[in-house]
Write a protein that binds this ligand. Structure first.
Ligand code: SAM
Length: 283
């Protein structure tokens, strides 16, 4: 698994180049794209295409060649193969066949962006690309609202503005975030701010949304996690209280959301109380 540059050719490591020059075959996501890179470095190893649509069908022949003693390298268009790119099926098949899989590590846009973001990196969640359609994207962001780890996304430039607007709406305008674009390239830029700012800037400055982009967003604060757990408990309790006696609704809700029984019971009483007073015509 050989990493290639994400822009700057100076990031192509000597070991990556030697490996690609010495192996019997290079499986590449897009052979035409990779030919340009390999030609530039005088690497003449034969190429075969391996992309999302033919990975399953091509894998057995590649595994047979490796099993016969040949070294086969996998590269993607840029960065580290199998990271939001094809390659996992080949790795799984090779591992299942008892063959050695070796990482020749190097550039990866997600890691490069995290390293310059200035947001916590002790724990992070790499989310790859969000769903392209608005509804599904907002649902996924909503699912991540209570995530405490720093979030890392790849995003297409024409969707950046909507993604930041949806992020501001679902995660909060004040969440710190970073838009890292064109990393290692001539027009590299790292924009820092909160989601509200960055969404407004993306609407006003089209250049913010040009080229290749990683978005890094800080994780939820402890209070937000607690708020969201309380909101989950209330939501489940409301559904169950409409159908079941209070004690049973509280017990089930506690089990469903992982809350304590006495906490669920206390909330159930409070919700019933507030429903009664809002139904009471005197209030
Ligand atoms: N396997 C690659 C890696 O290791 O980074 C990622 C492949 S993914 C299909 C391509 C996405 O990575 C782009 O749409 C963009 O979000 C991000 N990306 C790639 N190169 C980048 C760069 N130079 N600057 C910022 N983001 C980049």
């Amino acid at each position: 698994m050989v990493a290639t540059p994400i822009g700057n050719l100076g990031d192509f490591s000597p070991r990556a180049r030697e490996t690609l020059a010495a192996c019997a075959l290079i499986a590449a996501e897009d052979t035409r794209h990779s030919t340009v890179l390999l030609r530039h470095f005088g690497i003449k190893t034969p190429l075969v295409s391996l992309h999302g649509h033919n990975e399953r069908e091509r894998t057995p022949a590649l595994i047979a060649r490796i099993a016969a003693g040949e070294d086969v390298a996998l590269i993607s268009d840029a960065g580290t193969p199998a990271i939001s790119d094809p390659g996992q099926a080949l790795v799984r098949a090779a591992a299942a066949a008892g063959l050695e899989v070796v990482a020749v590590p190097g550039p990866c846009a997600a890691i490069a962006a995290l390293s310059v973001a200035g947001l916590p990196t002790a724990a992070f969640a790499f989310e790859g690309f969000l769903p392209p359609r608005g509804g599904a994207r907002r649902r996924r962001l909503g699912d991540l609202a209570a995530e405490r780890r720093t979030l890392v996304f790849y995003e297409a430039p024409h969707r950046l503005r909507e993604m930041l607007e949806d992020g501001a709406a679902t995660l909060g305008r004040e969440r710190r975030a970073v838009v890292a674009r064109e990393l290692t390239k001539l027009h590299e830029q790292v924009h820092r701010g909160d989601l509200g700012d960055l969404a407004a800037r993306a609407a006003l400055e089209p250049s913010l949304a040009r080229g290749e982009i990683v978005v890094v967003i800080e994780g939820a604060a402890e209070a937000e996690t607690a708020d969201s757990a309380a909101a989950d408990l209330d939501r489940v309790l409301r559904v169950l209280l409409a159908e079941l006696p209070l004690a049973q609704a509280a017990r089930l809700a506690a089990r469903l959301v992982g809350a304590r029984d006495n906490e669920a019971y206390r909330r159930a009483l409070a919700l019933r109380e507030s429903d009664r007073s809002s139904d009471d015509p005197a209030t």
